[in-house]
Ligand binder design. Structure first.
Ligand SMILES: Cc1ncc(COP(=O)(O)O)c(C=O)c1O
Length: 388
């Protein structure tokens, strides 16, 4: 049986897969089972930070695999401690909890915020305000946190204690904070699944101020925006604010499953022994991969991310078939004119370029170090498809 036939017979059909089997890759070049080459502008949905089979990342991961793959959180392990130290040094945060995915890193952020509120403000502050059009994960709690009604069907009852505000409407947020006295306000700085929409910096600064004035925690979901994707290590670093807790995953370990939730000085007491845990969280192989990623995302590298982003924006602004460009850094949304995102994805795939969608937009999330010639080739093809 072919992979496609096995998949159809044995995999729970939760994914509408493209008719494409990718078998290997090198950087931003991927190859299917018939040897056709594709230029990857999706990075496995913002996961493959340096594309496929990056030699330095492979050697960091395989070296650790040859020493110790797993031992549980009952014992100390070097890669986990070293990664936590590197993340804290680069962000000013004080403590890290490691998990395996974006949803779990958000679960930890929610638990931490609620416990912090209970410790410091007493009962009655468990609500978390999130934004409409947000996406925070697929567990029963992170679906509840996700501010899109269509995610709130079929799987109820959902976790209580989430209310939703419209991004950019500060008056509404102030009224909701006054009414609910929440533990926290939880936001993505660029709503990824919600259509690649960056929040307005003035609104974000006003939320920070509102949180400070009301004792509310500012919680930032950097699952997709984090780890260099937007041109700074974490997007909040370019917004001029500091979160009280932030979560990340996706690109952190460059292709392996790793989530992290980072706590500031104010919230570092939020969790203590016995309040949270994870069997695989902080796995030595994933942490060794992540350490190699974080060490490489220095100022020079991040300037390269911003330069590539600028190049794409310049190429696409005003191009035929482009109604609007959104996003930040190498997290780019293109509102097409005259064609659907689905049609553009299919036409690009035919011509050997892989792009994604988010709502009505074509979404680009290329490897952060994509070779400039390959990028030019892929953008040329995308422009051709958009213009047709
Ligand atoms: C902002 C954001 N939060 C959370 C998640 C959930 O991450 P995961 O699929 O790793 O659980 C995603 C995934 O797309 C995301 O984009």
């Amino acid at each position: 049986m072919t992979t496609k036939q096995l998949d159809a017979q044995y995999i729970m059909p939760t994914y509408a897969r493209f008719d494409l089997e990718i078998v290997r890759g090198s950087g931003a070049e991927l190859y299917d089972n018939e040897g056709k080459r594709y230029i990857d502008l999706g990075s496995g949905i913002a996961v493959n930070t340096f594309g496929a089979a990056d030699p330095d990342w492979v050697s960091a991961v395989t070296e650790q695999a040859g020493k110790l793959a797993h031992i549980s959180n009952l014992y100390y392990t070097g890669p986990c401690a070293e990664l936590a130290a590197a993340l804290c040094e680069r962000t000013g945060m004080k403590k890290v909890f490691f998990s395996n995915s974006g949803a779990e890193s958000n679960e930890c952020m929610i638990k931490g915020a609620r416990r912090h509120a209970l410790l410091h403000r007493g009962e009655g502050h468990s609500t978390i305000i999130t934004l409409r059009q947000s996406f925070h994960g697929r567990t029963v709690t992170t679906l509840a946190a996700t501010g899109q009604d269509h995610f709130h069907t079929e799987f109820g009852p959902f976790t209580e204690g989430f209310v939703y505000a419209t991004a950019g409407d500060l008056d509404e947020m102030k009224a909701l904070v006054a009414e609910h006295e929440p533990a926290g306000i939880m936001i993505e700085l660029v709503q990824g699944e919600g259509g690649v929409i960056a929040l307005d910096p003035d609104y974000v600064c006003a939320l920070r101020k509102l949180c400070d004035e009301t004792g509310t925690l500012l919680l930032i979901d950097e699952v997709q925006t984090g780890n260099g994707r937007t041109g700074s290590l974490y997007a909040w670093q370019s917004y001029g604010i500091t979160p009280d807790i932030f979560s990340t995953a996706k690109g952190l370990a460059g292709g392996l499953p790793l989530g992290a939730t980072l706590f500031s000085e104010k919230t570092e007491d939020a969790l203590i022994a016995g309040t949270h845990g994870s069997t695989f969280g902080g796995n030595p192989i994933c942490c060794a991969g992540a350490l190699s990623v974080i060490r490489r995302l220095d100022d020079e590298f991040l300037a390269g991310v911003r330069a590539r982003a600028e190049y794409i924006r310049q190429e696409l602004s005003g191009a035929k078939g482009v109604a609007d460009i959104s996003g930040l850094g190498l997290m780019i949304g293109i509102e097409p004119e005259g064609k659907t995102a689905k049609e553009i994805i299919a036409a690009c795939m035919e011509k050997g370029v892989l792009v994604l969608s988010a709502k009505s937009r074509v979404r680009l999330l290329p490897p952060l170090n994509i070779d400039e010639k390959l990028l030019a080739e892929a953008i040329g093809i995308l422009k051709e498809v958009l213009a047709q």
